[in-house]
Design a binder for this molecule. Structure first.
Ligand code: ACO
Length: 330
């Protein structure tokens, strides 16, 4: 029988510096009222200038391993989902592997924008079911402040930095990842992209994010309901069976519109974006950690994760929360 990937540990890391809407209003032509009304965001965290993506990943990963009660030497695969690695290579996953002393692990980075963490979850679930990996560490981490155009009010108010991690272990049901779906539409790639640094830029910007917010909004509210419906249907269940929906934390209005389109109640949806903004690949694992910390996940609960982002890409996963009846060790 194929093993199911079960989440046995989770952790998060948020930098200590808080950037409020009022702070941003002192930098660009915006206001706390506009940002709250249009996005739901009140503040976000910003990494220290010398704080790296790999360091944030390490803090979240250590938390997750501690909770799982697992030694880093037992991990056999590390996947780091990020759009903001410290450098193109070596992979953040390899830097993390070394810092953790995960001497038996292979590692690679995964680039799927804000969908990266759910993509990584699907890859890990597949590797576990295929018997290729036994214990997998996944981290979603971003230092988006590094690629922000701090003069562009239409993007700089939206994003934040942070990291979230989970440890997955193979076990025999009933808990674990039940189904996943991945999607991509590269024809929309230009709607959300990283522009390269140009030497004569009057604003002296490094590489920076550009986005067509309105079209990304429409895309998100279209793909989220269909992705959630798909994973629920594939597991032979229905939307009403879901105890919790953890959507990508980009914009409260996107979450509300997607829930309305699905006929899914907002009170069964988790949101923490008012405190962190959009942390891209880190948003879902951070939200998952906080949902668990707040007691919103009980053994046996069905929880769906759904994300969308650069690519364009989207992904969803359906999880039966809880530990395995019989943990499989090798
Ligand atoms: N403060 C004040 N005014 C602003 C700001 C701001 N920060 N930003 C834009 N405006 C203005 C615009 O210039 C525009 O003015 P105009 O009417 O005079 O032209 C007006 O506000 C309305 O702009 P819209 O873009 O239509 O505003 P909208 O309600 O669509 O909200 C937003 C913009 C918040 C960006 C929204 O479109 C959105 O959330 N889109 C999705 C973005 C997203 O989720 N991106 C992440 C993808 S995930 C990843 O992979 C990174």
């Amino acid at each position: 029988m194929a093993l199911q990937a079960q989440i046995v540990g989770w952790g998060k890391y948020l930098p200590s510096r808080v950037l409020t809407n009022d702070d941003l209003a002192a930098m660009v032509d915006t206001s706390d009222e506009w940002i709250r009304q249009r996005t739901g965001i009140i503040e976000r965290r910003i990494a220290a200038p010398n704080e790296t993506t790999a360091e944030m990943a390490l803090r979240a990963a250590q938390d997750a391993l501690r909770m799982a009660g697992i030694s880093s030497r037992d991990i056999d695969l590390i996947i780091v989902a990020t759009a903001t690695p410290d450098q193109e290579f070596p992979a953040t996953a390899c830097i993390l592997q070394d810092a953790l002393g995960a001497s038996r692990a292979g590692g690679f980075d995964l680039s799927a924008g804000c969908s990266g963490f759910v993509y990584a979850l699907a890859m890990a679930a597949g590797a576990i079911a295929a018997g290729m990996s036994r214990l997998v560490l996944i981290v979603g981490v971003e230092k988006l402040s590094r690629i922000m155009d701090w003069s562009d009010r239409s993007t700089c108010v939206l994003f934040g930095d942070g990291a979230g991690a989970v440890v997955l272990r193979g076990g025999e049901g009933p808990s674990g990842i039940l189904s996943t779906t991945l999607g991509a539409d590269g024809s929309g790639g230009d709607l959300l992209a990283l522009r390269p640094k140009v030497s004569d830029d009057p604003n002296g910007r490094g590489p920076y994010i550009t986005m067509d917010g309105r079209r990304v909004f429409k895309f998100a509210t279209r793909v989220m309901p269909s992705a959630v419906s798909q994973v629920v249907k594939e597991a032979g269940l229905s939307l009403s069976d879901l105890q919790l929906l953890i959507p990508h934390q980009a914009n409260q209005r996107i979450i509300e519109a997607a829930c309305e389109a699905m006929g899914f109640p907002m009170e069964r949806t988790f949101s923490n974006l008012e405190r962190y903004g959009n942390t891209s690949a880190a948003s879902i694992p951070i939200a998952l950690c906080e949902a668990a910390e707040e007691g919103r996940l009980a053994d046996g609960d069905l929880v769906a994760l759904v994300s969308f982002g650069a690519g364009l890409s989207w992904a969803a996963a359906l999880i039966r929360w809880g530990r395995a009846e019989r943990v499989v060790w090798y």
